[in-house]
Design a protein around this ligand. Structure first.
Ligand code: GAR
Length: 222
């Protein structure tokens, strides 16, 4: 990590088991990610992510979406908690709520998400199962900026994994999750270093890293 990189203040939102949250906590703690987690917000009181937040000692809140009749009111409450914590970048880590304009307007170009498929293929839910059922030979994960669509924002980083003949939804999900834990902290680090430049739909990394031009074929050639 460059010594002169100012630490980015993160607000992490999670709904589930929280393994992506944990990978970011670990990288912040070991110093390989130039970020501080200012607050962790969970919308689901039973989420494993909340236990991880408690264990970490990082400020955290449970804001249950079921306590709000309107999506915008829930979003306003989350936005105000993020603003109170002086969050610079909002990181959706398995956050299973669609966010409204109230949220987008409060953090323009400052919300990122991780999705367990190679967007733009398979947006939405249960996408590991959908990739398997479709017969895709590759799947993977995508870190992207959040816009007003469902999983339609500009792509920052992707990792590809093969789909194997004996894969189940669980085995494919685990193979993808392993890559999620690598690319999410990396995308945050690129933002902390100010290395992303938007060019239309494309997000370019500057200075660029050496390109990987090797094609992969699945099933492999004999
Ligand atoms: C991850 O696979 C993440 O990509 C996915 O939920 C899982 C959360 O796991 N997110 C979405 O599907 C968003 N639409 P985690 O709670 O262990 O990080």
């Amino acid at each position: 990590m460059g010594a002169n990189v100012k630490k980015l203040r993160l607000g992490i939102l999670a709904s589930g088991g929280g393994t992506n949250l944990q990978s970011i906590i670990d990288r912040c703690q070991d110093g390989s990610l130039a970020a501080d987690i200012a607050i962790i917000i969970c919308n689901n009181p039973g989420a494993g992510a909340l236990d991880r937040a408690k264990k970490s000692g990082i400020p955290h809140r449970c804001i249950n979406h079921r306590d709000f009749s309107e999506r915008q009111d829930f979003d306003r409450s989350v936005v105000s908690a993020l603003q109170d914590a002086d969050v610079e970048l909002v990181v959706l880590a398995g956050f299973m709520r669609i966010i409204s304009d109230v949220f987008l307007d409060a953090f323009p170009q400052r919300i990122i998400n991780i999705h367990p498929a190679l967007l733009p293929a398979f947006p939405g839910l249960h996408v590991q199962r959908k990739a398997l059922e479709h017969g895709a030979r590759f799947s993977g994960c995508t870190v992207h900026f959040v816009d007003s669509g469902v999983d339609t924002g500009r792509i920052i980083l992707q990792a590809v994994v093969p789909v194997l003949d004996d894969d189940t939804e669980a085995t494919l999900s685990a193979r993808i999750l392993e890559q999620e834990h690598k690319i999410y902290p990396r995308a945050i680090q690129l933002i902390a270093e100010g290395r992303l430049r938007i060019d239309g739909r494309r997000v370019l990394v500057e200075p660029a890293t050496a390109p990987e031009c090797q094609a992969i074929i699945n099933p492999p050639l004999d």
